[in-house]
Structure formats: C-alpha cells, structure tokens
Design a protein around this ligand. Structure first.
Ligand code: MN
Length: 255
C-alpha cells in the first residue's frame, strides 16, 4: 500500500507531520509538499517556471520532497514522477483551518485531493477547524487513518474525493460523524486599507468565513458548528445538469 501525502501549509507544517505519523502505520507514505505555504492558491499549476524538487530530512531521516510549486503541482509530480509505482490514495492535510462552503474553490488542500481524483487516484482532504498556532492535530490524524482504511476497504471510485473537516474539540467532546453537503459559507471580504513607507496605498484581505442564517441543515459548516466531524463526498465536474435541457431547447435561436 502506497499513499501520497501533501498539504497546502507547506512541507514543514505540523498537520502534515501528524498525518505522516499516523498513516505510516498502515502504508508506505511519500510526502510531496510545497516548499512554502500555499494556502488559498486553489487548483493552480505552474507552467512558466521549473518545479525545483528538494529532499527534506527530519530527525536525520528522509521525510519527503519539497517542491517549489502549488499543491496540485505536488500531486501531479508525486503520482507521475516521484512515487516510483502506483499510488493507492492521496491524502491532503491536515490543514490549519476548516475548508467548508464556497471556500472549497480557493482551498489548496481540497484542490490537491481533487487532483488525485483527476489522475485516477482516490483522495481525502482533511482540515482541522482551528487557526491556532498550538492546534492539536492528534485526533484529526487518527480519524484520517481510519477513513483512509475505510476508503481502501470499500474500493472508492477514484472520481470521488472526500472532504473532511474536524472540530477543534477534545476527542470525548466530538458529537459524532455527519455525511454532509458543501454549504454556502463564504469568506466575507474585509480589506484593510494601509499605507506603505513610501505613501502608496495597499490592501490586505482580512475577511472571515461567514455562515448565512439560511445555511442548509446538512451542510459542512452546520455539522462543524454542532461539534461533529463533517465528511462531504465531492467531485470536480462543475456542470449544472438541471440547466442542460433548458439550454438545448433554446440555443438554436441564438444563431
Ligand atoms: Mn492551508
């Protein structure tokens, strides 16, 4: 069994290390992760410059490959070039901060996982609902291990990615596991307007995730707010099936 591990917080992130420690008990785990933090780069890939790769050691032993690129670059390189054989599962995380609602579109963590699916490998994205610098990833890592085994056992179709969000609670206060849908929580833009030392204006995005009152009862953010682990099966096909027939019956008139 071979797993490819990545994240968008960078190869030195604590959440990735917690994931590596747990999953290494079940599989050969290869880390291919961005050299620097790449949060919110979405599904970007690098075309205009080379992807430098550097072997990183931890406690004197090979830990993984640091790539001067995006999370999606790391998954492409990992599966196509660095793994040296078939990959059974891509696991992305554990991200510092939840990935719910419309934020999935911006998320490097989630995009790394869906890249796995695009390349024919089942994938799992795991995020912890905490932005604290001393966040505890241990329960999230143990849960990721169980879920990875579950996906292998049930031979998940590679086109399905699971997006998992873990509440920032002690294990005995986790209220349960919910299978959810992507909700409508979104980042509310709040830009701080500042002035640099040369008197030029610049802006810094300081928005926070906002959950609207009409949020779906079975949404990812709703489950998290109830203290439950949220698991959303997601896909990268953006087609609106419900509009296809309407369009087909009318497009001729456009000519
Ligand atoms: Mn991140």
């Amino acid at each position: 069994m071979r797993f490819l591990l990545t994240n968008d917080d960078g190869i030195y992130a604590e959440g990735l290390c917690a994931l590596f420690r747990e999953l290494s008990q079940d599989a050969e785990c290869l880390i291919v992760a961005p050299e620097t933090e790449q949060s919110a780069v979405g599904h970007a890939i690098t075309l205009s410059r080379p992807l430098m790769v550097r072997a990183v050691k931890r406690e004197g032993r090979f830990y993984g490959y640091a790539v001067a690129g995006t999370p999606a670059d790391c998954v492409k390189l990992g599966i196509r070039e660095l793994a040296g054989g078939p990959v059974d599962l891509v696991v992305s995380g554990i991200n510092r901060g939840a990935n719910v609602g419309t934020n999935l579109i911006y998320s490097g963590t989630v995009s790394a996982a869906t890249e796995g699916s695009i390349l024919g490998v089942s994938a799992l994205a795991v995020s912890l609902d905490s932005r604290s610098s001393d966040a505890d990833f241990s329960f999230a890592a143990r849960f990721a291990r169980k879920l990875a085994s579950f996906m292998i056992l049930h031979k998940f179709n590679h086109e399905i990615t699971l997006n998992v969000n873990i509440p920032d609670l002690p294990e005995d206060r986790i209220a349960g596991v919910a299978v959810t849908r992507q909700g409508s929580a979104r980042l509310v833009e709040a830009f701080e307007r500042r002035t640099d030392p040369r008197n030029n204006t610049y802006f810094w995005l300081a928005g926070e995730t906002f959950v609207a009152e009409g949020e779906h009862a079975e949404s990812d953010a709703t489950a998290l707010s109830r203290g439950m682990v949220s698991i959303t099966p997601i896909q990268y096909d953006l087609t609106r099936d419900d509009v296809i027939d309407f369009m087909k019956s009318r497009v001729e008139k456009l000519l």
